[in-house]
Design a protein around this ligand. Structure first.
Ligand code: KIV
Length: 314
């Protein structure tokens, strides 16, 4: 069977093959390496496009006592899947340093490394609010540097908000970025970019330090943050901050009274193994599922069982 000399969409294949009826051994109608953003299987071509979650929706949810969920995501498949499962906000965390690039801390990851991940997440989604972390070194120098970095994430990655770490000390950065029209999520308590300064992975705000944490929360809200992550903060203190703030609090190791929760997805889904931080709950054992699948693939390749004839071309 020979293909037409000048193939057009109409004459390319003599039998009008469909995805279910390809020409055996000759054609392949499924893009071999995936075809970009996954679309919901039930998406109707005439249905109104889904509406994005906006920062105001999250603030309204707090006012109405509705909790919401945030997860990290660094690629198109998890982004589309998490959004379809109902996650309202997706974070391209600088935890990509550890979970994508294999570093020991979040410190080495750069803006240039995060932007392509953020672009993938933003373009794979239609409903979730997409937030990108400003990595270490990309906003500390000046308000101008902070605005310039945030603008890059908005223009080059298409995210809807940025997140940065710090309280009172970064209030002017938050004000400058929000004045530029970019929503900011703050991050107080344990701030991984400052882990060396904090002396390790330590719960923040215990005892007398509670007042400083409260001051951080007030400062970021006053500076215009639309939400604030609280990491490794005693639950009673996080509850107090949550009760006082009009903006939603997002807890990670900050107890059940926060308005929202966030986890790193590889922790939550059990892809990362070993001892997990106390605040992580593993909802799946993806590590076992994947190693079992890969082990069977390797065995079948070695035995010659894969690929079967129905997966081969004539
Ligand atoms: O980088 C990150 O993933 C984070 C969250 C876990 C809060 O900052």
């Amino acid at each position: 069977m020979s293909l037409p000399h000048n193939p057009t969409p109409d004459n390319l294949a003599p039998h009008n093959p469909t995805p279910d009826n390809p020409i055996p051994g000759q054609s392949e109608t499924t893009p071999p390496y995936g075809d970009g953003p996954s679309r919901p299987a039930d998406a109707s071509p005439t249905a109104a496009p889904p509406r994005r979650v906006r920062t105001l929706d999250l603030i309204k949810a707090k006012a109405e006592g509705r909790r919401w969920a945030m997860l990290t995501s660094y690629d198109q498949y998890t982004a589309a899947l998490f959004e379809q499962a109902g996650v309202e906000a997706l974070l391209i965390g600088d935890s990509a340093a550890n979970n994508v690039y294999g570093h020991e801390t979040t410190l080495p990851v750069t803006v240039d490394e995060l932007i392509p991940l953020a672009r993938a997440v933003a373009s794979a989604t239609a409903r979730a609010l997409i937030i990108a972390d400003l990595p270490f070194g990309s906003y500390e120098i000046s308000d101008e540097q902070a605005v310039a970095t945030a603008v890059r994430f908005m223009k080059e990655a298409g995210v809807h908000a940025v997140k940065l770490e710090g309280g009172v000390g970064v209030a002017s950065r938050i004000r400058a970025i929000t004045n530029a029209g970019i929503p900011v999520m703050a991050h107080i308590g344990f701030t991984p970019q400052a882990e060396h300064n904090l002396g390790g992975y330590k719960v923040q705000g215990r005892g007398d330090a509670g007042d400083a944490l409260l001051a951080d929360a007030r400062a970021v809200a006053e500076a215009g943050a639309f939400s604030v992550v609280m990491e490794m903060v005693p639950a009673p203190l996080a509850a107090r901050v949550t009760a006082e703030m009009a903006i939603p609090t997002v807890g990670i190791g900050a107890g059940a009274d926060c308005d929202a929760q966030v986890l790193v997805w590889q922790d939550m889904a059990g892809l990362r193994t070993g001892r997990a931080p106390r605040f992580v709950k593993r909802y799946a054992d993806l590590h076992s599922v994947l190693s079992d699948a890969v082990g069977r693939y390797v065995d079948e390749v070695k035995s010659g069982e894969f690929p079967e004839s129905e997966r081969s071309f004539e």
